[in-house]
Design a protein around this ligand. Structure first.
Ligand code: SF4
Length: 491
């Protein structure tokens, strides 16, 4: 779709009306903004630079690739330096301190803007979906030029034009939307792999989580749109896709013709050139036997599943509104392992949820021991204003939480070092992702179960999947050496 657009062919004369339909409307405004860029180049003898900073999750990272795609389509040159002509923060608000970080950085940006008054500053993402945040920015950070949210990420060009044309801060926050606009340019971070948004929003309302309030209700992209995006990605050299959603397991429920997530996986599997399919994030209550079957039967779906448990205590899981019990989680893991014995399981765990007792915490440790996770993202509970949990009694004292956090981390790391060595002395396929920053002459890649491998090689290997003999396990990663296909020990 989008590479059919030639901005120079779009009529942007003074009396032309912008199209109402998306994404055509945004290409119209990209063309308008491009005029401003050309004037800037004539005046300054260089192209204007753009910098984006992403806070938070992989969905934000994917959105930022599109935001930079729009900026480069308009004519900006991407820079790694915050001292740029256009600076955009794509914000996160999952934890209270995330907001403080952004306010801190805005202070620094204001000093840069004093030196470069034509600099444009834009803020978008989850934090901007909070009305009190927008009010604070409009009052105390008046130098911010554009403010928009999570539902209208695609409108960057239109809002930039409004700012340039009207000369005042452009603010555009949507309460919610059913609109999905994905056919936009994007500047991907990696040429060989890409995130693909398959759905937006979340209906689960876990009591500690702000996401449903800032990302809105669940809405799924049509499978044909997802598959055609993945075909385009494959044609441009992508071999691995990460299907993204706050809760991918409830994919398809809002479609006119519902399609299950397992059904979507089967469609994506048929795309030529794609060798690996990953997805996140899964919610245990929606992970079906159909999905387990589809994963086990697939040649491309990676043997890694991120399955947040959050707590091992059924009492705490109830207070978290997770809608499964400890037993149900363990039983689900049993079914997954029965179908895919070599699968790598990772998880998220919160310590110190209001009311958590030592017994509850022991239940969490018990789940960690029983499952044997490859790794776990462990978080200290963070009170998030606007969530039901923030109003709960029995906030756990900090020193108690810290002690439990340290004990959990030790348990997780001990187990991780043991289970991550499962493929030692075997030949496994590794997707080479980057040259190793720490050891010259080495590259870094990942097994399909997401474990990191370092092995001798150079940049010419990046993006290819090569057979590597795993010589040594060093806790959560391997050292290896590339071998020829003939040396592969059949699994
Ligand atoms: S599933 Fe729960 S934790 Fe995850 S985004 Fe939705 S509400 Fe938040």
């Amino acid at each position: 779709m989008y590479n059919e657009f030639d901005l120079d062919k779009i009529d942007i004369d003074i009396d032309s009306e912008p199209p109402t339909e998306e994404p055509f409307r945004q290409y119209y405004f990209m063309a308008k903004c491009r005029d401003w860029v050309r004037a800037f180049e004539q005046k300054n003898g260089r192209c204007p630079t753009a910098f984006t900073q992403t806070f938070g999750c992989q969905m934000n990272a994917r959105d930022s690739e599109k935001l930079m795609g729009i900026l480069t389509e308009i004519g900006f040159c991407e820079t790694e330096d915050e001292n740029a002509d256009f600076v955009l923060y794509n914000t996160c608000t999952v934890r209270e301190n995330a907001n403080q970080r952004v306010y801190g950085r805005l202070g620094y940006l204001s000093t840069l803007k004093k030196k470069n008054p034509s600099m444009l500053i834009a803020l978008c993402g989850c934090m901007m979906q909070e009305p009190d945040v927008v009010a604070k920015i409009r009052k105390s950070y008046r130098f911010v030029d554009i403010i928009f949210g999570t539902h209208n990420i695609f409108r960057l060009a239109e809002l930039m034009w409004r700012r340039l044309d009207e000369g005042k801060t452009a603010v555009d926050i949507w309460e919610d939307t059913s609109l999905i606009v994905e056919e936009l340019p994007s500047e991907r971070k990696y040429p060989f792999k890409s995130g693909v948004n398959i759905m937006f929003g979340c209906n689960n309302f876990c009591s500690y989580c702000i996401v449903p309030y800032v990302r809105g209700r669940e809405r799924s992209r049509k499978p044909e749109d997802i598959v055609s995006e993945i075909r385009r990605l494959s044609a441009s050299g992508v071999v691995e896709v990460m299907l993204l959603g706050q809760n991918v397991n409830s994919y398809g429920k809002t479609l006119d013709t519902p399609v299950t997530f397992a059904g979507l996986l089967r469609q994506v599997e048929s795309v030529e050139g794609i060798r690996r399919i990953r997805f996140m994030t899964s919610h245990p209550k929606d992970l079906s036997d159909e999905l387990i079957g589809a994963m086990a039967a697939s040649k491309k779906v990676c043997r890694h599943l991120h399955l947040p448990v959050q707590s091992g205590s059924s009492r705490i899981l109830k207070a978290m509104n997770r809608r499964y019990t400890k037993e149900q989680y363990l039983e689900l893991v049993g079914r997954i392992r029965a179908a895919m014995p070599d699968i790598s399981l990772t998880t998220d765990i919160i310590v110190g949820f209001p009311g958590e007792t030592e017994e509850d915490f022991q239940e969490t440790l018990d789940v960690v021991r029983q499952v044997g996770f490859d790794s776990a993202f462990t978080f200290i509970y963070s009170k998030r204003t606007g969530t039901p949990a923030a109003a709960m009694e029995d906030q756990v004292p900090e020193d108690v939480v810290k002690d439990r956090f340290d004990r959990l981390l030790k348990e997780v790391q001990d187990i991780s070092a043991r289970v991550c060595a499962r493929d030692l002395h075997r030949v496994k396929d590794v997707l080479a992702e980057s040259v190793d920053d720490h050891s010259a002459g080495y590259v870094t890649g990942r097994l399909d179960n997401n474990t990191i491998v370092h092995f001798p090689g150079d940049a010419s290997l990046i993006g290819s999947i090569v057979p590597v003999y795993l010589e040594e396990s060093r806790g959560f990663y391997y050292m290896g050496r590339m071998v020829s296909d003939g040396d592969r020990i059949q699994d």
